[in-house]
Design a protein around this ligand. Structure first.
Ligand code: SF4
Ligand code: SF4
Ligand code: SF4
Length: 247
């Protein structure tokens, strides 16, 4: 009998909410465990092994010393997947990149500031090659299952590469702009089912940009509602501060 793929989970800087989404799969997870062996998952078990085939890595890289650990994971695995927006696009941790790092350290650690190492936050792909990304803050459980199943079947997982507006309009939502809220849906990667708009809010861009964001379209929509890019930059930087578009 063929041995089951060995799967490991790792985390860097993040809130661990994406790993929690995996733990919360509960009933589905039991079925998944018939097909994989989880050999490392600090949030869920004590055991650890450096022998794995698939590594899911959560969190951004925020210290120079993180790099060697990430490179060791990359060396150990044939497939590395960035789990969540901190890992895939830098995410919320990159907000600190818009401040002086000494100021950030002092704000967080006070008089102990110099005891803690830090550098500009970045996604995993800024340090090592990443095979696949599961975006979202947090990830969607269904998308995690889809990606894992695709890998087990030897297929390339396809994450949507069209904007949230597509899902939003199909769902028949009233556009956030009509409700007086700027929305990043025109340039943000779909896959969440326009979750925030469905709940009466607007998109903050947590799934990152589509590969070729139509910034002209975003500009046109902003202009239509009497807004310009400065009205949306602060919002954009919440998750996408590492992106060139935010600089
Ligand atoms: S992407 Fe969001 S939910 Fe996931 S670890 Fe980062 S902050 Fe937490
Ligand atoms: S701009 Fe936002 S609210 Fe309007 S259609 Fe696009 S995703 Fe929906
Ligand atoms: S609507 Fe935007 S902010 Fe909300 S979950 Fe989807 S991508 Fe993230």
């Amino acid at each position: 009998m063929m041995s089951k793929p060995r799967v490991a989970f790792f985390d860097f800087t993040g809130c661990e909410g994406c790993q929690l989404q995996v733990v919360n799969l509960e009933a589905d997870l039991l079925g998944i465990l018939d097909h994989i062996d989880i050999v490392s998952f600090r949030e869920a078990m004590k055991e650890h092994s450096d022998n794995y085939d698939i590594a899911f890595v959560e969190g951004s890289i925020t210290r120079r010393s993180d790099e060697s650990r990430l490179k060791a994971i990359r060396k150990n695995t044939s497939t590395l997947i960035a789990l969540g927006s901190c890992a895939a696009i830098g995410g919320i941790n990159c907000l600190k990149n818009f401040f002086e790092l000494d100021y950030v350290r002092e704000t967080v650690y006070g008089e102990k500031a110099t005891s803690y190492e830090t550098y500009a936050a970045r996604p995993l792909k800024a340090v090592v090659p990443v095979d696949y990304e599961i975006p979202g803050c947090p990830i969607s459980r269904n998308e995690f299952i889809y990606v894992l199943k695709s890998l087990l079947l030897g297929k390339k997982p396809e994450i949507p590469n069209y904007p949230v507006c597509v899902e939003c309009k199909l769902a028949g939502n009233v556009c956030a702009f009509e409700r007086g809220m700027p929305c990043l849906g025109p340039i943000t990667r779909a896959g969440c089912g326009a979750a925030c708009i469905r709940e009466g809010g607007a998109c903050w861009g947590c799934r990152g940009l589509v590969d070729e964001p139509n910034t002209d379209s975003q500009r046109e929509i902003l202009a239509k509602y009497g807004l310009d890019l400065t009205d949306i930059f602060r919002k954009f930087r919440l998750y996408n501060g590492y992106s060139e578009v935010a600089k």
